[in-house]
Ligand binder design. Structure first.
Ligand code: ZN
Length: 277
């Protein structure tokens, strides 16, 4: 029996033109090839990974995997070390010509870039954030313009013309929220980071978390949903879990239904537009 071909960093490809539907596998192999393309070092700004770096990356990676599995992800996307680019502090900003800071994930290429600041905790948090983006639910598309693009990444949905990313801020909020949870549930208890955790605690400090505004507005939104549905949910976390499951599986239906039944018909679509990029 012929084994089914699998894209290493996504679950499916949509938008293959009807007349080429029998060539779906060619499209899938084409998208799979992107995964190999981003292995080259970023000239001038990329650092060699030390043993410690590799240890910390693997710590973050395992936590991402554990969370995604917990929320029913059915694909274990593995990002090889060559697809993880460590840049000197401030390197991401340089590399992206000022567009982003700290780190960035490319869904299409299954790769991430992340700054290597001095603090191991800060680095571990940023690596977690980008790996969470890279390993959440993924689907690709041939757009209506005929271009290879991402279709779904976590909670976000790219329009079929490839121009708009709906729910982008929600996707960031979920990732930012998980970053904080990773800090509480993994970093604070880790032998690996014990020394730095102690120093932080002694000084009454906390690390810098990403996406402050997005997390705050998602929390407000979830509070609002909770207030309207106290008969159905015992805690706010149960609602957050629905968002997390959508992030891991790509299935937006449960959240969609909850939003629509709470805020009226069309409100889920509105949310997608409001949080678009
Ligand atoms: Zn992000």
């Amino acid at each position: 029996m012929k084994e089914k071909f699998e894209i290493p960093h996504a679950e499916r490809v949509v938008g293959v033109p009807a007349k080429h539907q029998d060539k779906q596998e060619i499209a899938e192999k084409y998208f799979a090839s992107f995964f190999e393309l981003e292995r080259e070092k970023k000239e001038g700004i990329e650092l060699e990974k030390t043993e410690r770096d590799v240890e910390l990356i693997s710590f973050s990676d395992q936590a991402v995997e554990k969370y995604l599995k917990q929320y029913n992800s059915n694909k274990d996307i593995r990002i090889p070390l060559e697809n993880i680019h460590l840049l000197r502090d401030g390197g991401t900003e340089e590399f992206s010509e000022g567009r982003v800071r700290g780190g960035s994930a490319s869904a299409l290429y299954g790769s991430i870039v992340v700054d290597r600041p001095q603090s191991d905790i800060q680095f571990t948090l940023m690596a977690f954030h980008e790996l969470f983006h890279a390993k959440s639910y993924k689907a690709f598309q041939i757009t209506t313009e005929g271009e290879p693009k991402v279709y779904r990444s976590g909670f976000s949905v790219v329009s079929r013309d490839g121009k708009t990313t709906y729910f982008d801020e929600i996707d960031e909020a979920i990732t930012g929220y998980m970053e904080r949870r990773f800090y509480r549930e993994f970093i604070l208890n880790s032998k690996l980071l014990k020394k730095e955790v102690k120093t932080l605690e002694k000084n009454g400090e906390k690390p810098m978390f990403g996406r402050i505004a997005e997390v705050k507005s998602a929390e407000q939104f979830i509070n609002q949903l909770f207030e309207l549905n106290k008969d159905k949910f015992k805690t706010k976390d149960e609602i957050f879990d629905l968002f997390l499951e959508a992030e891991a599986t790509g299935k937006l239906l449960k959240v969609g239904r909850l939003v629509e039944s709470s805020l009226g018909k069309g409100s889920f679509r509105e949310l997608g537009e409001k949080s678009a990029d």
